[in-house]
Design a protein around this ligand. Structure first.
Ligand code: GLY
Length: 344
């Protein structure tokens, strides 16, 4: 049933309520009528925390009448083009050979279309190339050199995506790779900490109920060349169903792929779960699907994974394995909020 149609059952229910209202006390009759909203009255945009500038930009674009997918792409492009964000686009950390390989995907709820690119080199904004695949092809995913040639056919320039900072970080990682390799650690060497799997996911709901989502990343730092994570996988890195909502993820991609987490979170919302609970339920599935080598002695994952979700009404939430946060923008402005957590 569409949001606007009345079945016989709901019509009779409404008639019954009218009879009840007629016998209510005068003060009840003066109360504001309850309006069941099926869409938000203002755009709602949710993203990973590095999307704090992007969520504000996306809201602005939707308020000016922009499409939800275009708003999401413009939102994530702020990070793709920012050399100081080492998790995505220009300045993203490279693979083990020092080559930046980018993944991105997107979905446009109203047209029910999707696009993605994997292991794309030399193009700063893979989200735009994923949108080109969505708009101008009968396919969903292009990869590697051919994805690059596809981007070039639309006028995109191939550039060196390593910045002085990301090159330096990669060289430091290479110098500390192992005690028996041929790379000598530099003077005053400080070995690197945890491997990064940063990403940006953004999900946009417009007041007309249209929904879109985008995820873009440089993937796991120092990955084996050709490794593709969850971000370009439709149903893992992000997913939109225009009748229900959208969800996306950042963190350890392999663990998300194992549960098709973007799709699963939307399916949990379809069953009536609040977005936050939907994201938590997906994380519980992740834990159940985690091999023992990735669990600690208490059976908890040794990695981080985040899900962000918003439904068609504009209700939103985020959840992570351990403490984390996310960016949101709505009629109250742009802000950072804490996610729910599986483990304190
Ligand atoms: N979630 C980003 C990646 O694993 O590539």
């Amino acid at each position: 049933m569409s949001d606007h149609s009345l079945s016989r059952r709901t019509f009779l229910g409404a008639a019954g309520s009218a009879v009840a209202a007629a016998s209510a006390a005068p003060s009840d009759l003066l109360a504001a009528p309850y309006v069941r909203r099926s869409h938000p009255s203002h755009p709602v945009v949710i993203a990973s925390s590095n999307g704090i500038r992007g969520v504000a930009r996306a809201v602005e674009l939707v308020l000016r009448g922009g499409d939800t997918l275009d708003a999401a792409v413009e939102g994530v492009k702020i990070q793709e083009l920012d050399p100081s964000d080492t998790s995505v686009g220009y300045g993203g950390l490279p693979n083990e050979e020092g080559v930046v390989q980018l993944d991105a995907s997107c979905m446009h709820g109203p047209s029910k279309r999707a696009g993605a690119v994997g292991a794309l080199e030399g193009i700063k904004t893979p989200s735009e190339i994923a949108r080109l695949v969505l708009k101008y092809t009968n396919h969903i995913m292009l990869v590697g050199k051919d994805a690059q040639r596809f981007a070039m056919s639309y006028g995109f320039q191939v550039e060196d995506l390593l910045t002085p900072q990301s090159r330096e970080t990669w060289l430091r990682w290479r110098a500390n790779r192992g005690p028996d390799d041929d790379w000598l650690p530099p003077e005053g060497n400080t070995p690197m900490g945890v491997r990064q799997t940063g990403t940006i996911n953004m999900n946009v709901v417009a007041p007309n109920g249209d929904i879109s989502s985008v995820t873009t990343t440089s993937g796991l730092a120092w990955k084996i060349p050709g490794r593709v994570g969850d971000s370009p996988i439709i149903g893992a890195g992000q997913y939109t169903d225009n009748d229900i909502g959208a969800a996306g993820s950042t963190g350890r991609g392999e663990s998300n792929i194992m549960v098709c987490g973007g799709f699963l979170t939307v399916e949990h919302m379809r069953q009536g779960m609040h977005p936050k609970d939907a994201a938590l339920a997906t994380l519980r599935r992740v834990v159940a699907m985690t091999p023992p080598r990735l669990l600690d002695e208490r059976g908890r994952p040794k990695f981080q994974l985040n899900f962000y979700a918003v439904n068609k009404k504009g209700e939103y939430g985020g959840a992570a394995i351990t403490r984390s946060n996310f960016a949101v923008a709505d009629e109250r402005g742009a802000r950072i909020e804490d996610t729910a957590v599986l483990y304190e």
